[in-house]
Design a protein around this ligand. Structure first.
Ligand code: NAD
Length: 493
C-alpha cells in the first residue's frame, strides 16, 4: 500500500472526549447523515481506505499500545488485532458493491405483473460501545460494518485499555472524516451520557450485566441493539481423539488468545472420569513445551489487564471449595499482573469457578460418567457464545451440532470459527443477540427495505369492489396460488 499519499483530513484533528460534548456529537452526526454524505459509495470507500491505511501505517504504534494495555505478544497482537481489522477493511472494499446491490426476489401472482427487491439502506447514526480484551479489533470491526453500510458512527472504546483507546481516538480523529466518524473516550459517565441520546443502532461488546443497562437505555428510544456478550464456553473432550492435537488446540484457544481473556476461550472442559488424568498429562506436557517450566517468565502469555481483574481471578483460585484441586499451574505474580496457565480438576458445582465466567487463565475440568451426558449439562446452563467438541465419533458430532444451543461452535478446534468471515459471529440467549463479521456486519448495520415495483398495466377490475361471487372465487384462487381454481373461475366468469 502506498502510504506516501496518506494525509490527515482537513481541517485536522476533531476529537470529542467529554460527556458535555455528547449531545452535540449526536446532533452534528444526525445532520451530516441527513445530508446524505455517508450514503454515497465514494464516501464509504474513502473511509474504509483510510482505516486500512491507519492499520498499515501505524502498525507499530498499535502493537505498542496493545503491549502497554495487555502486554499482548507481538504475533498475537498482529494477527488478532491489526490483521483482523485490515482484512475486514479489505473484504469490505472488495465486496462493497455486491453487498450494496438490491437483491431481486420473486413476487406472487397476486401482484402480477411486478418485481420485488430487497434494498439495503443505512440505519442512520449508530453507536459502537467496545471492550478491552481486543481493544483495537472489537472497536473497529463493528465500525467497518457501520461505515460499509453507509452510517455515521460514534465509537466509545473501553477505558480499561487506555493506550489503545487514546491511539484510536487520535488516529480516527486525524485521518477519518471527522464530520461523520467520531470517537468519544471515557468510562461510565460518558457512556451513560451517550446512552441518553437517540441512536439508530447500538452495538455493544462486553459483559451481560452492562448489556442489560444498554438494552433498557435503548428501549426508551426503541433503538435496536446488538449485544456481543460472554459466558462460559464448554469444551467436550472424548477419548477416541488425537490427544496431542486436541491438547494443543485447547491450549491455543485458552492461553494462546490473550491468556484466557477472550470471550470465545474455553471456559471449562468436560470429559469422562476415566479419561481426565490422560487429558491432564497431555495438557501439562504441551503447556511446558509452549511456555516453559516457569510460565510467569514466558513472553508468549499476555498479562491480566489490571489489578481489579487480577484480584477477581485470584478470588476464584483462592475459593476454599477448590483447595487441593489445582492439578496444573497456580503460580501468580501480582506486581506484574501475571497468572500461569492453571487447571483445576473436579471443582464442586457450587464453587465460584464453576458459576462465574472465568475470562482468564484458569481452566476447570468437569468429569462425567458418559461423554453423552455433556450435552444435557451444557443445555442446563445459559447458552454459551461458543461450544467445542473433540471426538472422532460421527454420531456424537451430529448430536452435538443438532442439540447444543450456542452462538457458534467448532468440532475438533477451539475459537477458530470466528476467523471465518463467511460465518456469523454472535451470541444467543445469555451470550447475546445479533451477529457480525464479513457480510453479516454490513447486514447488521443495514435496514432491509422491501420494495415492490409495478407498472400501470394489468390493473384488473376483480381487485376492486363490488366483489361479486365470481370475483371472490377468482381472487381466493389467486391468493392461494390455486392454478386449477383460477382456470375454473375464469371459465365460469
Ligand atoms: P469493559 O469493562 O470494557 O466494559 C465494556 C463497555 O461498557 C466499556 O466501553 C465501558 O465503558 C462500558 N460500561 C462499563 N460500565 C458501564 C455502565 N455502568 N453503563 C454503561 N456503560 C458501561 O468490558 P467488560 O464488560 O469487562 O468485558 C468483558 C466481557 O465482555 C466478558 O463477559 C466477555 O466475555 C465479553 N466479551 C464479549 C465479546 C463478544 O464478542 N461476544 C468480546 C469480548 C468480550
Amino acid at each position: 500500500m502506498d502510504v506516501s499519499v496518506f494525509h490527515p483530513m482537513a481541517p485536522g484533528p476533531v476529537v470529542d472526549r467529554t460527556a458535555q460534548n455528547v449531545e452535540r456529537v449526536s446532533q452534528d452526526l444526525r445532520s451530516v447523515y441527513r445530508s446524505g454524505k455517508t450514503k454515497s459509495v465514494e464516501w464509504r470507500v474513502s473511509q474504509l481506505k483510510s482505516l486500512l491505511r491507519i492499520t498499515t501505517h501505524y502498525e507499530k504504534d498499535i502493537l505498542e499500545a496493545l503491549r502497554s494495555d495487555l502486554n499482548k505478544p507481538e504475533l498475537e497482537a498482529f494477527s488478532h488485532e491489526v490483521y483482523g481489522v485490515s482484512s475486514s477493511c479489505e473484504l469490505a472494499l472488495k465486496e462493497l458493491h455486491r453487498w450494496m446491490m438490491p437483491e431481486k426476489v420473486k413476487t406472487s401472482m397476486i401482484n402480477f405483473p411486478s418485481t420485488g427487491e430487497i434494498v439495503s439502506e443505512p440505519l442512520g447514526v449508530v453507536l459502537v460501545i467496545s471492550t478491552w480484551n481486543y481493544p483495537f479489533k472489537l472497536s473497529l470491526d463493528p465500525v467497518i460494518g457501520a461505515i460499509a453500510a453507509g452510517n455515521a458512527v460514534v465509537l466509545k472504546p473501553s477505558e480499561v485499555a487506555p493506550a489503545t483507546s487514546s491511539l484510536m481516538s487520535n488516529l480516527l480523529g486525524e485521518y477519518m472524516d471527522p464530520s461523520a466518524v467520531k470517537v468519544v473516550e471515557g468510562g461510565v459517565p460518558e457512556t451513560t451520557a451517550l446512552l441518553e441520546q437517540k441512536w439508530d443502532k447500538i452495538f455493544y461488546t462486553g459483559n451481560g450485566k452492562i448489556g442489560r443497562i444498554i438494552l433498557s437505555a435503548a428501549a426508551k428510544h426503541l433503538t435496536p441493539v446488538v449485544l456481543e456478550l460472554g459466558g462460559k464456553c464448554p469444551v467436550v473432550v472424548d477419548s477416541n481423539i488425537d490427544l496431542k492435537v486436541a491438547a494443543r488446540r485447547i491450549i491455543a484457544g485458552k492461553w494462546g488468545c490473550n491468556n484466557g481473556q477472550t470471550c470465545v476461550a474455553p471456559d471449562y472442559v468436560m470429559t469422562t472420569k476415566e479419561f481426565a488424568s490422560t487429558l491432564i498429562d497431555a495438557l501439562s506436557s504441551e503447556l511446558k513445551k509452549f511456555y516453559g517450566k516457569d510460565p510467569l517468565q514466558s513472553k508468549d502469555l499476555s498479562t491480566i489487564i489490571n489489578s481489579r481483574h487480577f484480584d477477581r481471578l485470584t478470588k476464584l483460585l483462592d475459593d476454599e471449595k477448590i483447595s487441593g484441586k489445582v492439578v496444573i499451574g497456580g503460580q501468580r505474580d501480582k506486581a506484574n499482573l501475571k497468572i500461569a496457565p492453571t487447571v483445576i480438576l473436579d471443582a464442586p458445582e457450587d464453587s465460584l469457578i464453576i458459576n462465574e465466567e472465568i475470562f482468564g487463565p484458569l481452566l476447570p475440568i468437569v468429569t462425567v460418567d458418559k461423554i453423552e451426558d455433556c450435552i444435557g449439562l451444557i443445555n442446563s446452563k445459559g447458552k454459551p457464545l461458543a461450544a467445542y467438541l473433540f471426538t472422532n465419533d460421527e454420531k456424537l458430532k451430529e448430536e452435538f451440532v443438532r442439540n447444543v444451543s450456542a452462538g457458534g461452535m467448532a468440532i475438533n478446534e477451539t475459537s477458530m470459527h470466528i476467523a471465518e468471515s463467511t460465518l456469523p459471529f454472535g451470541g444467543v440467549g445469555e451470550s447475546g443477540m445479533g451477529s457480525y463479521h464479513g457480510k453479516f456486519s454490513f447486514d447488521t448495520f443495514s435496514h432491509k427495505k422491501a420494495v415492490l415495483r409495478r407498472g400501470f398495466a394489468g390493473d384488473a377490475d376483480i381487485r376492486y369492489p363490488p366483489f361479486t361471487p365470481e370475483k371472490v372465487k377468482l381472487l381466493k384462487a389467486m391468493i392461494t396460488g390455486d392454478i386449477l381454481g383460477i382456470s375454473r373461475a375464469l371459465i365460469g366468469l
